[in-house]
Design a protein around this ligand. Sequence first.
Ligand code: SAH
Length: 285
Amino acid sequence: MSLLDLPAGAWRATHPPASTRRPRLPEFERGSVWLVGAGPGDPGLLTLLAVRALEEADIIVHDALVSPEILDFARPDVELDDVGKRAGRPSPRQEEINARLIRHARRGLRVLRLKGGDPFVFGRGGEEALDLAAAGVPFRVVPGVTSGLGGLAYAGIPATHRGLGNSVTLVTATDSRGELPEDLDWAGLARARSTVVFYMGLRKVDRVAANLLAAGRDAATPAAIVSAASTPRQTAIYSTLGELAADAARFDPAAPALIVVGEVVGLADALAHGDSAMASLAAAL
Ligand code: SAH
């Protein structure tokens, strides 16, 4: 059954038929590439365009971050091209992935490039789009829910909140060499009432926390590490900036994980709703 084709229910008697009210979605043309964000994990966070792309694609080029439940939306005869990192085996180089997308499109296939979260947030979607544009391959970008905003919501953490968080910064803790970037503005990130979300920082929690403390952020600032947000494996460690590194060493959270620092993390006590979120996910499967 397709998500876009739910069977008619009794409620429709009082509504116009759903088919006339639904937005018309663009065609997935043969020989084109859609760069699609799959969100942080929960299939309920897919966009309508992402579902359309999954249902129509001839080939899906996907990362390790994309959950299997999401690939279940695809056609049974779809070709899967897994370019994610596998235990012990490195993922193909970015240029090789870009070349593959172009090759698949030139074979006349509907090519779905599926990425975790949002393709343009630390997803290298921009690099792929630039290569497709240069090669003259038609493409469309379908934004997704980025883990550092929507994923955090599943752990009860609003990215901003009046009085507690008046800005949010999405930061990568890993540069192209695999190191903590040298040019991060730690003084800016240490400002009170700013929310800072670090992607790809799990192995660098101690240095991230130490840099923020050295730049003047209060050790009592609430901080958390959220793993596998919006999936059935979601876990969260709620701590403070001063104790985050020790808590990470003690609880050893799993990848993928986000580090979030800011007063907004303190709202999780009242807002964490992981159980109900997971119940709705289970019901949808
Ligand atoms: N494009 C993705 C980010 C890719 S970079 C997005 O918009 O979310 C990979 C990093 O994203 C991971 O190291 C981790 O920090 C974060 N991440 C992705 N999915 C996650 C999830 N479900 N839970 C926690 N962190 C996640």
